[in-house]
Design a protein around this ligand. Structure first.
Ligand code: PLP
Length: 433
């Protein structure tokens, strides 16, 4: 993170009371207690600016984009393309390098199927650099969300490629020494999360990108859990492709983005085909538009994209530094507090690493679902289960954990309310020593 870990909230102004009023849902009561929402990694809450932007577009400017010749359609197209400019800038990219998707899962599948199509000979000569042959290797990490694992399993099954993984150390960091031995001349793709949705640790993108470059492999970054928290400069990170979901960055559901370096997007064949991605079509064949439209077949999530643009503008107005300072304070309180609760084991409790305000943990003697219910009865919303990361849970000998994940709109008092409630879990279930 650009902001030092020991920065205090006094260094950068942030009016938390006013920010909280921007999020209507944060004033709700749940089970008779004020809502303490610590499930932002699953989906974030949406500020009024986002709700209003979507409603205003739908009630005043709604029309089919890139198609109609009438004024409303032109206005809608302008709003949609302005949204692309704003969201691209949010990740440090040019608008031509940003493809709309319905979310991160769709983005990763788009990449995997495009590479699969290249492997079938589609996309002409330029696409052949992506074609996989039997025995080629795709490398992921042991910490993947299933969304950045199963599409690669399927691609490997379709092409005869081999899927390998970089292991996770006991403290949650990626085993980079092992990675250096795993990545080799047959490695064609390295796909990895910027921030693990279970561990909250920020992975060393630079080192993984260098490793990939040393063997000419393509890098795919799952930025789902970093986009809500870190100031992203995807071109600066040097990754070839990256994805994130709108609903995790305070924006509506059903929209996300795929970033790609120009030379990669220009050479990849499309995945979905149909309307809005072509230049000429005959009954026998079609010619495709350049990116990003080449990857945007069919009607796009227009109002949601406008909502996503409103979300990134809202974040920009708050200021990335102010958000980072706020979240660093929440992260310290959360992690230090969890370490103090008897019988709680944090997964990936590595010292001195950059992390976001997210931690998954096991409560000795109490099932994660019981912990979740106990907290829910007190108004505290956390996630329980495997968080779509079964291999990582298996790595730590568990099937389920509890995950608390904060965002800039949470307060230290809310973290304390959660920690107090958590301290009551083991006594309540008779699990105390
Ligand atoms: N990758 C990570 C790290 C995630 O946390 C998630 C969602 O939890 C996804 C991918 C999938 O995102 P979506 O379900 O929005 O497509």
């Amino acid at each position: 993170m650009a902001v030092p870990r020991d920065a205090t909230s006094f260094d950068v102004p942030f009016d938390i009371a006013s920010v909280r009023t921007d999020f209507p849902i944060l004033g709700e009561q749940v089970n008779g207690s004020p809502l303490v929402y610590l499930d932002s990694a699953a989906t974030s809450q949406k500020p009024r600016a986002v709700l209003d932007a979507e409603a205003s577009f739908l009630s005043r400017s709604n029309a089919a984009v890139h198609r109609g010749a009438h004024t409303l359609a032109a206005d809608a197209t302008d709003a949609f393309e302005d949204a692309r400019v704003a969201v691209a800038a949010f990740v440090g990219a040019d608008p031509d390098n940003l493809v709309w998707t319905s979310g991160a899962t769709a983005g990763i599948n788009l990449i995997a199927y495009s590479i699969g199509n290249a492997s079938l000979g589609r996309g002409g000569e330029a696409a052949q650099r992506f074609a996989l042959d039997p025995g080629d290797e795709i490398v992921v990490t042991e910490s993947e969300h299933h969304a950045n694992l199963i599409p690669w399993q399927e691609l490997a099954a379709r092409t005869g490629a081999v899927l390998r993984h970089i292991p996770v150390l006991d403290d949650g960091r990626l085993d980079l020494e092992a990675a250096a031995g795993i990545v080799g001349p047959r490695t064609r793709i390295i796909a990895f999360p910027h921030v693990s949705n279970v561990l909250g640790i920020v992975n060393p993108v630079d080192e993984l990108v260098s490793l990939a470059r040393s063997v000419g492999a393509l890098t795919v970054l799952d930025a789902c859990q970093s986009a809500p928290h870190l100031a992203l400069d995807l071109p600066g990170l040097g990754v070839d492709l990256a994805v994130f979901s709108g609903h995790k960055v305070f924006a509506p559901y059903g929209v996300g983005a795929l970033y790609g370096r120009s030379e990669v997007l220009e050479a990849l064949p499309p995945f979905l085909t149909g309307g809005s991605m072509i230049t000429t079509v005959t009954l026998e064949a079609a010619e495709y538009l350049p990116p990003p439209q080449r990857f945007e077949a069919g009607t796009q999530p227009v109002s949601q994209a406008i909502g996503l643009a409103a979300a990134v503008r809202y974040l920009g107005a708050l200021g990335h530094d102010a958000i980072a300072v706020r979240e660093a304070s929440l992260e310290r309180r959360l992690v230090a507090g969890l370490r103090e609760v008897a019988g709680v084991r944090i997964l990936g409790d590595a010292a001195g690493v950059d992390r976001v305000a997210l931690a998954s943990f096991d409560v000795d003697g109490v099932h994660a679902h019981d912990v979740g219910q106990f907290l829910d009865a007190r108004g505290v919303a956390v996630r329980v289960g495997h968080h779509c990361a079964q291999p990582l849970h298996r790595r730590f000998g568990l099937t389920a954990t509890v995950r608390a994940s904060a965002a800039f709109y949470n307060t230290e008092d809310e973290i304390d309310t959660f920690l107090d409630a958590l301290s009551g879990v083991r006594p309540f279930f008779g699990a105390s020593a």
